[in-house]
Design a protein around this ligand. Sequence first.
Ligand code: ATP
Ligand code: MG
Ligand code: MG
Length: 376
Amino acid sequence: MGGGQLGRMFVHAAQQMGYFTAVLDPDADSPAGRVSHHHIHTDYTDVDGLARLAGLSDAITTEFENVPAPSLENLAVTRPVSPGADAVAIAQDRIREKSHFARCGVECAPYAVIETADHLAAVPSDLLPGILKTARLGYDGKGQRRVATRAELEAAWTDSGGVPCVLEKLLPLDFECSVIVARSEDGQMVNFPAQRNLHRDGILAVTEVYPDNIPKAAAQRAISAARSIAEGISYVGVLCVEFFVLADGKLVVNEMAPRPHNSGHWTMDACDMSQFDLQVRTLAGLPLNPPRQHSAAIMLNLLGDLWFVDGGEAVEPRWADVLALPGTHLHLYGKTEARRGRKMGHLNITGESIDAVRSTADFAAAVLGLPIPLSE
Ligand code: ATP
Ligand code: MG
Ligand code: MG
């Protein structure tokens, strides 16, 4: 379900193991649909489309957390669906997601639910300055507004159309990290190392993974929190949990994604199994082995902005100059039109030591016109 780049990379991993794939996406020319054996382009709720997908499939997964949960329930009547509709429904709604984190004993940023004007009036002042986030459908920082005062909060909620939101206290972040786990139907669970992430303008820009990229205690807490969050919903599939590490060292959970995640793309070139390989294994009911990282890695997200660094018309970046650097692995998603802020691809850089990888990454960033330094 879903034809974006995550679906495309899943399809590649599945096909590598000899599976046939079918993709359902409303777009007739989606990145995953284009490389799949079958492509159904109907709406996610179209009963005929869902029936065709079920007819073609032995098992069904999703690459897109906003697939309507009832459609997953519909499919689950006749086919194994992972992750299940329940888990996806929780991840689709920040309010339910935060309650789930609390149930698992994992702390998130102080917040208030705003569903009515009364809730708005009752918001405690110590949540300001904060970030107002729509409960549903936000991604890449869309659907979020930073608010410093009550008046700004009221205006932001009114601008949202009065939809259910959460107001989160703006926390002083030291850095951000995420953990990807894969859990099978029979409860076997494996995880990748904690990933250190840098966001720019609410969008992931850089992920770095190497020994001691994160203080050991924080990494261990993040891994055990991610595992208990998966365990707490008997999750089946690949799950990513995003965390904040605060200036005082405290770990706070941000949100989760019921699918492979942009911050796990480095696993494609720096591990013996990628997050997409593990998604295939969980879906097919195959054994899970703990993935092994064999190289230090930096992932650079390639947003459409790079096509416009000289202003004017879109110009393809100088890939050959980037690929001349050692340990560079280019992944482009086959999107025909570059737009600012659009995820067009990513560049993985691998090597024996993080110092070597970092100097290559800095070169690559200079060639591409990415802001340097890469990390803060
Ligand atoms: P994604 O594409 O990851 O799903 P999203 O739109 O769901 O993004 P969040 O992950 O909630 O957005 O927030 C985006 C970024 O904004 C975070 O990675 C972090 O850099 C910053 N941010 C979000 N909430 C807070 C907070 N409470 N305090 C400080 N910074 C925050
Ligand atoms: Mg999100
Ligand atoms: Mg996020």
